[in-house]
Design a protein around this ligand. Structure first.
Ligand SMILES: *Cc1c(COP(=O)(O)O)cnc(C)c1O
Length: 381
């Protein structure tokens, strides 16, 4: 089955009691048994919920995996994955990791002896040299945030396989429409479904997908034991959002490509970071592993002061100044003071994350209106 058919049909069957075409919101905590231990596969809603099961079946199919487990948030999903490991184990991560993932690893799991290491994975040689006998997991984000570097998933997986290390890809920025890491050799894929998968900025949600029966069993056990489950209403909303994932991604990617080209030719813009630009350092890898180049664009100003950036950030009308990404509406953000404020300035500057860097999450509006909006905001700098 092709992607556009999967998003609408997989896991979604007419409700057996009424024929309702949409999966009901099973807002229940428990299920009646006809005799002790005799039930219909559902006992207690921390363990199983039919709305959640439908969503899990759908998400597994989108990532070409056999198992999906849904969580109360993207970080709850990461928390469950990290609980697969033990004191002394090392997790090797992309160096410009999502701030919340960095915090979970370095501030919470460090207390339990898990060691987080951060390397530039666009250089696979550095990666190969960083693996030690204690390295148990490689954690990739691609495109990275906010610099939009691209990591070669297949190359990293080849190195990891040789060393007997598992690979997890946080696929939030691409969505399964643009790339499916399991088919490139990854063992685990995770998403903040809060972003593109749900796509309507009205839910916090996470998911883990894997083909590995053992990892899936362990994660189910951890979820039931630790309890980070999503509510049925949220599962329903994500299931509804997914139905247009392919349409939203197409428009968002096309809009982002048009905006990247516009910004590139603007005299007040010094740099544009977008993997779809032919001179992006990893453009060839992006072209190979992604269907399109994504809906995120970052750029820097010729007058690279905080004052100029603040002026642009405060003067857009359609681009709303807010954290997050991946919704139908366009957002504008300031990584240095918002998403990446926890990272020391010297560290930020090493990767080009200046005080004037601006990040766009390009939505699905009419691109002419979006460009007009950026144009008037830039004219005020
Ligand atoms: C937002 C985000 C997360 C965290 O997800 P939540 O749903 O906010 O918990 C993790 N990784 C990436 C890349 C994100 O953008």
């Amino acid at each position: 089955m092709k992607f556009a058919t999967k998003v609408i049909h997989v896991g979604v069957k007419p409700d057996p009691s009424t024929g309702a075409i949409m999966t009901p919101i099973y807002q229940t905590s428990t299920y009646v048994q006809s005799a002790p231990g005799v039930h219909q596969g559902f006992e207690y809603a921390r363990t199983q919920n039919p709305t959640r099961s439908a969503l899990e079946e759908n998400l597994a199919a989108l990532e070409n995996g056999r198992h999906a487990i849904c969580y109360a948030s993207g970080l709850a999903a990461m928390d469950a994955i990290l609980k697969l490991y033990h004191p002394g184990d090392e997790v090797l991560c992309t160096n410009d990791l999502y701030g919340g993932s960095y915090r979970l690893l370095t501030k919470i799991f460090s207390q339990f002896g898990l060691v987080g290491k951060f390397v530039d994975m666009s250089d696979t040689e550095i990666l190969a040299q960083s693996i030690t006998p204690n390295t148990k997991l490689i954690w990739i984000e691609t495109p990275t945030n906010p610099m939009l570097s691209i990591i070669d998933i297949r190359a990293v997986c080849d190195i990891a396989k040789e060393a007997g290390v598992k690979v997890c890809v946080d696929n939030t920025f691409s969505s399964p429409y643009l790339q499916t890491p399991l088919t490139l050799g990854a063992d685990i894929v995770t998403h903040s479904a809060t972003k593109y998968i749900n796509g309507h900025s009205d839910v916090i949600h996470g998911v883990v997908i894997t083909d590995d029966d053992e990892i899936s069993d362990q994660l189910r056990f951890i979820q039931n034991a630790a309890g980070a489950v999503p509510g049925p209403m949220d599962c329903f909303l994500v299931l509804r959002g997914i139905k247009t994932l392919h349409l939203r991604m197409e428009r968002s990617c096309d809009n982002a490509a048009t905006i990247a080209a516009y910004l590139r030719s603007h005299k007040k813009v010094s740099k544009v970071y977008y993997p779809g630009l032919e001179d992006h350092p990893n453009h060839a890898v992006a072209k190979r592993q992604m269907k399109k180049f994504g809906g995120m664009v970052s750029f820097d100003l010729v007058d690279n002061t905080l004052t100029s950036a603040t002026s642009v950030l405060s003067n857009t009308q359609l681009f709303s100044l807010a954290e997050s990404l991946g919704g139908v509406e366009s957002l504008i953000g300031h990584p240095a003071s918002m998403t990446h404020a926890a990272i020391p300035k010297a560290e930020r500057l090493k990767v080009g994350l200046t005080d004037s860097l601006i990040r766009l999450s390009v939505g699905v509006e009419d691109v002419e209106d979006l460009i007009q909006d950026l144009d008037q905001a830039l004219s005020l700098v």
